[in-house]
Design a binder for this molecule. Structure first.
Ligand SMILES: Cc1cc2nc3c(=O)[nH]c(=O)nc-3n(C[C@H](O)[C@H](O)[C@H](O)COP(=O)(O)OP(=O)(O)OC[C@H]3O[C@@H](n4cnc5c(N)ncnc54)[C@H](O)[C@@H]3O)c2cc1C
Length: 518
């Protein structure tokens, strides 16, 4: 075995430790990348007695694109994972400003091209204090699909819609495992107990509780929060987001499935945090995300039960603790960390699997450059770590903005979040630009920040919560009377009528299912 990855000298062995969603997605991405190189052996080991985290039920459109690229058809996994469609996220009660208590954050569609110039113009005017219809809800088709529970397919109208998924995380893990094994990934139910390193610090071999010794050319740490290889063994430092994102716990309770589920995630602000509601085919996932620095788990449970209308006896709760932050180095020596082992930004906007994808795909790119394009591995590693840190930090900026712009005053929690001073220089500049009536899309483009969140997303959040000069806010009633808003709504309703109801569409998909359910 070499102590660094050397694709020129087959065979090559890549060892993934951890079989959660991050582990199996990594396995599938690696298997796909090396599909023409049969000398590359991919193996995954997973501790049989350490459960996966079992949450993480929402995605962004990046997962949809990845599954297409990996040739994993919706019929192959959606029915098996009780999955539903996600057209975006409904934010409720983050703002107390009349007419701005709710807004929808849509995923993009080809119809956006027709409305974006108007949306941008009106938001800019409102931002500068001229009364205007700057609320996003009437501008985007996806909102109409979400609230009518439609699947994102307007085939008759040639409209391209981007969408994400909701799924049962445990079932998705099993399904991905099955597909990965079919595609040649070797699987061993082994628990890594000890890691030995070479003198230069690279990983030499792993010992397992079952008595096996495993060695590879490269290791992928997908051991979840344990971060067995990267933090525990290689000592990669952790950069905490605690000062800007104080949430550190989530309490989950599942409720019955809806008979007509909306095709959206709902993120409702409660007194000391926010609650997700994710409609699946067989149940609705609910979770209250809060900070134990502000309330106890008992108080959180009482609040969540009240919100869901559940008595103390109904539904069992589960408490999960987490730390928001990321590694300073995601790739060290012959090891890369992927998933919770590399960090976690709290679940608002459901970005964790998106970051898994970015981590793996950029790793392959950088590693290949270092091997084939005479680029030193040290340089590639350092560039890569900087890039992935940027992904985490810029996504975190967008999450922080939800808290920073809240207008609630019902608890210390919300006031504390509004007054947060520990925000990044990038977010500070964005906020200054917005508050001074400046050109936010131009700033995002100049700073190359659009690849993390597009201007539409920033505008939806800032305008949707009414974070505008008071005179720029047009009352809800007046907005609804505007002929342009009525015309748009009419068009969205017509188009939504052309889209299939999602449960009916999913039943059809199940009927065409090619894979045996896990
Ligand atoms: C409250 C909450 C809500 C979330 N919501 C979302 C969401 O909506 N959308 C989203 O994209 N993400 C979400 N996430 C994140 C998401 O759950 C994870 O990113 C995803 O499940 C991947 O987890 P993982 O595979 O990194 O870790 P895990 O699921 O914890 O898997 C770890 C694996 O490592 C194995 N392991 C551990 N130690 C060893 C060892 N010593 N030897 C061998 N194997 C070992 C375990 O057996 C397990 O298989 C959420 C997370 C939390 C906490």
């Amino acid at each position: 075995m070499q102590n660094s990855i050397t694709p020129q000298a087959p065979p090559l062995k890549l060892l993934i430790v951890g079989g959660g969603t991050a582990g199996w997605l990594s396995a599938l991405m690696l298997a796909w990348h090396f599909r023409q190189q049969p000398w590359v052996h991919i193996e995954l080991v997973e501790a049989p007695d350490i459960a996966t985290i079992g949450v993480g039920e929402g995605s962004t459109p990046a997962l949809t694109r990845l599954f297409r690229q990996l040739e994993i058809a919706e019929a192959d996994w959606m029915p098996a994972c009780q999955a539903t469609y996600k057209n975006g996220i409904q934010f409720s009660d983050w703002s107390t400003i009349p007419g701005y208590q709710h807004y929808f954050h849509p995923f993009p569609s080809s119809e956006d091209n027709a409305v974006l110039p108007e949306f941008f113009r009106q938001v800019r005017a409102a931002q500068q204090g001229q009364p205007n219809d700057a609320h996003p809800d009437s501008f985007f088709l996806q909102h109409q699909l979400a609230i009518t529970g439609k699947a994102p397919f307007c085939a008759d109208h040639q409209i391209q819609l981007q969408y994400g998924y909701h799924f049962d995380a445990g079932l998705l893990g099993q399904c991905l495992k099955k597909i990965a094994i079919q595609r040649g990934v070797a699987y061993r139910p082994f628990k890594v107990t000890d890691v030995q390193c070479f003198a230069d610090g690279a990983i030499a071999q792993l010992h397992t509780a079952e008595g096996a010794t495993l060695a590879a050319d490269f290791y992928v740490d997908c051991t979840g929060f344990a971060s067995k290889l990267m933090r525990q063994t290689l000592g990669s430092k952790f950069h905490r987001y605690q000062q800007m994102l104080p949430n550190n716990a989530a309490l989950t309770i599942a409720t019955q499935a809806e008979s007509h589920p909306l095709s959206q995630t709902t993120a409702t602000a409660l007194r000391h945090g926010w609650c997700w509601q994710i409609p699946l085919q067989h149940r609705t996932g609910n979770g209250y995300v809060f900070s134990q620095d502000f309330i106890s788990a008992d108080i959180a449970e009482t609040e969540l039960r009240q919100h869901l209308g559940l008595s103390e006896q109904e539904g069992s709760s589960r408490l999960l603790k987490f730390e928001s932050g990321r590694l300073q180095q995601h790739w060290q020596h012959n090891c890369v960390a992927v998933g919770l082992s590399q960090g976690f930004i709290e679940p608002l906007e459901a970005t964790a699997l998106y970051l898994v994808q970015q981590t793996v795909s950029h790793f392959l790119l950088h590693w290949q450059q270092s091997q084939y394009q005479c680029r030193g591995e040290l340089v590639a590693r350092s560039d890569y770590n900087l890039l992935i840190n940027n992904y985490f930090d810029r996504v975190a900026d967008y999450i922080v903005l939800h808290y920073k712009t809240n207008s609630r005053s019902d608890s210390d929690y919300w006031q504390h979040n509004r007054k947060l001073e520990f925000i990044s220089p990038e977010l500070r500049q964005l906020l200054q630009c917005w508050q001074s009536g400046g050109d936010l899309p131009a700033l995002l483009a100049a700073k190359q920040l659009e690849k993390y969140y597009h201007a539409v997303s920033w505008y939806c959040l800032l305008a949707g919560t009414g974070y505008l000069p008071e005179r720029g806010r047009l009352p809800e009633y007046s907005r609804q009377q505007l002929p342009a808003a009525q015309q748009r709504l009419q068009r969205w309703q017509q188009l939504a009528a052309w889209c299939p109801e999602q449960l009916a569409h999913l039943r059809q998909l199940a009927a065409s299912n090619r894979l045996v359910t896990p």
